[in-house]
Ligand binder design. Structure first.
Ligand code: SRM
Ligand code: SF4
Length: 572
């Protein structure tokens, strides 16, 4: 039987498609807009293009109302996101990011859920300097945002340092090879001369074409048993298959994503599904061909239905797999067995190969700053001055200081003591497994607080945890300020999505290893109701759980929430 030809959805292209089309490969009038001194902001069309250069125009939402009253334009500022494949930075790169955050940003660094740095609060006039300085240490911000492939993540588990190093190289290669080819970034920010008479054809972007992708595209590589990068939340996930400490290749999983819109059941978080296995040297080809399928069949009309997960669900997993194999000219091998046991980080010192040490520090909400006796930013700066290994930013917003010799370990321990840093091992396991997205005051889409609020909510939940003897029970808890899911809330055993200031939808029942989505438990509730609910559920978990039963599994077995078996029944 012949299969139906695949089709993209009908409908007129969204405004963003027009902006990309008219932009001459992501240039638009961005250069001129950045030079215009009348406003601290830039026009909306240029802001859409700016994302592809790794930045967003934002305004300080804490000041919004006051400035409106005073009839002033919003307190415009820019957020800059670095492309940092696998989250690996050198000490020199760390020092530059630290310096830029203090010189041009708001004095803090944000370690993101995709293993990279963000600087917030950069004024328009300082953007070019900041980007140029970032480039001096061989970093860039190209394609950190926008309708292209984003920062490629890879496992940061320091226990398997040899495999990590190999997988990291693949993540970096993928990230580099999937970059847009346009020279727009180099011309606008790095003063590269425009080549006159360059052909204005699709050949400039052999893979992306002039319209780039219908939406962002995300790739991550996990190394079992750690699913720290939440491989099933990726548009394209690779699961490293390791035998006898040798990397055999990768299982390929497609069609994951976390975002949705409140009240719109046509949008939902979804898990990527494993469709086969490829060898390491086939990785790029699989990624490239998968991306071109999304380029050709993704929804360019309705942006909230444009992610690859909807393309996969609309056309069917089997059809997409067949199309991929047609484009590859060969078939994927059968997927190999694998096992994940957690999607968080493991803290403290561990010793890897060749006697080197790795230290994972807990960075609450991924925010690097000094606060009272906890002088995280200064402490990490002092460490970077003497460290000769790498800094690995984790997908859970934490930080591993990797490849430390035994002598340096002593010095780093002294710095930890001096600056009050922590590996989080004194905290409850709930706090150690927490992530919160940025939300207020910089995120323009936030409906409620997340990063600034979750720590104080956990202070209160911790009391219930301690009363019930659950100090050491690993339970994942994540909060986002809106349903876009930047902290991958739908993969938390306890998840909160902002609805309005102080109000959240509460979700329960995701799997501890990141293999099952959660289910809504209560809608639009505030702190008191959240705590009352947890006062009922956590004691039950403490008393009724089976041996080694995770909280997410318990709430389903106890009938507290229904199991979500697929993203398409997330709302049922
Ligand atoms: Fe995100 C948009 C922050 C990871 C899904 N995300 C945003 C913006 C840029 C808001 C905007 O569009 O104006 C946020 C900037 C806030 C700020 O002030 O910095 C923002 N996202 C973040 C970060 C910084 C959260 C954090 O606290 O760490 C993460 C940066 C990642 C990176 O380094 O590249 C971040 N965002 C994610 C993730 C998690 C992941 O990728 O593993 C997701 C869910 C996975 C996914 O994509 O499905 C995510 N962000 C979104 C979405 C929803 C996309 C969708 O398909 O529905 C948006 C909104 C959009 O694209 O329209 C969004
Ligand atoms: Fe902003 Fe929403 Fe992402 Fe949080 S989840 S950073 S509020 S877009």
């Amino acid at each position: 039987m012949r299969s139906q030809p695949l089709k993209a959805p009908e409908g007129s292209p969204s405004d963003v498609e027009r902006i990309k089309q008219e932009s001459n490969y992501l240039r638009g009038s961005l250069k001129e807009a950045m030079l215009d001194s009348i406003s601290a902001g830039i026009p909306d069309d240029d802001n859409r293009l700016l994302k592809h250069h790794g930045s967003y125009l934002q305004d300080d939402r804490d000041l919004r109302n006051e400035r409106q009253k005073q009839k002033l334009e919003p307190a415009y500022q820019f957020m800059l996101r670095v492309r940092l494949p696998g989250g690996v930075a050198t000490p020199e790169q760390w020092l530059v990011m630290d310096e830029l955050a203090r010189q041009y940003g708001n004095g803090t660094l944000k370690l993101t859920t995709r293993e990279t740095f963000q600087i917030h609060g950069i004024l328009k006039w300082n953007m070019k300097n900041t980007i140029q300085k970032i480039n001096t240490v061989l970093l860039d911000t190209i394609a950190a945002c926008g309708d292209v492939n984003r920062n490629v993540m890879c496992a940061s588990n320091p226990d398997q340092s040899e495999i990590h190093a190999e997988v990291y190289e693949w993540a970096k290669t993928l990230s580099d090879q999937l970059l847009p080819h346009t020279r727009a970034y180099h011309e606008i920010w790095l003063d590269e001369e425009k080549v006159i008479g360059a052909p204005e054809t699709g050949e400039i972007e052999p893979m992306y074409g002039p319209l780039y992708l219908p939406r962002k595209f995300k790739i991550g590589i996990a190394v079992p048993p750690a699913n720290d990068i939440d491989v099933f939340s990726q548009d394209l996930g690779f699961i490293a298959i390791v035998e006898n400490n040798k990397l055999l290749g990768f299982n390929v999983a497609i069609g994951g994503g976390m975002g949705m819109t409140h009240g719109d059941k046509a949008t939902y978080p979804q898990l990527a599904k494993v469709i086969g296995f490829c060898l390491p040297e086939q990785l790029y080809e699989v990624a490239e061909k998968t991306i071109t399928i999304q380029r050709d069949y993704g929804n360019r009309s309705v942006r909230k239905n444009a992610r690859f997960k909807y393309t996969v669900d609309r056309l069917g997993l089997e059809s997409i797999k067949r199309e991929l194999e047609n484009r590859l000219g060969w078939s994927l091998a059968e997927a190999k067995p694998y096992h994940f046991d957690h999607n968080g980080d493991r803290y403290g010192w561990v010793q890897g190969v060749k006697g080197k040490w790795h230290l994972t520090l807990f960075v609450e909400g991924g925010r690097v700053k000094d606060q009272d006796d906890y002088r995280l930013m200064t402490g990490l700066r002092e460490m970077a001055k003497i460290h000769t290994g790498e800094f690995r930013l984790t997908a859970n917003q934490n930080l591993t200081i990797a490849n430390v010799s035994s002598e340096k370990k002593k010095i780093l321990n002294e710095l930890i003591e001096k600056y009050g840093l922590t590996d989080g091992n004194d905290y409850t396991a709930l706090r150690r497994n927490s992530i919160a997205c940025v939300a207020m005051p910089t995120c323009g889409l936030a409906m409620a607080e997340a990063e600034r609020y979750l720590p104080s909510l956990i202070d209160k939940v911790d009391k219930i945890i301690e009363e019930n003897g659950l100090h050491h029970e690993d339970i994942t808890i994540r909060m986002t300020g809106c349903p876009n899911g930047c902290a991958r809330h739908a993969l938390a055993e306890i998840g909160f999505i902002g609805k309005a200031p102080g109000k959240y939808n509460m979700y329960l029942g995701a799997a501890f290893d990141g293999s099952r989505l959660s289910k809504m438990y209560r809608e639009n509730i505030g702190e008191e109701e959240i705590l009352s609910e947890l006062r009922l559920i956590l004691p039950r978990y403490a008393k009724e759980r089976k041996e080694d039963e995770h909280f997410g599994d318990f709430v389903i077995r106890a009938g507290i929430v229904k199991e979500t078996t697929d993203g398409t029944n997330f709302h049922q």
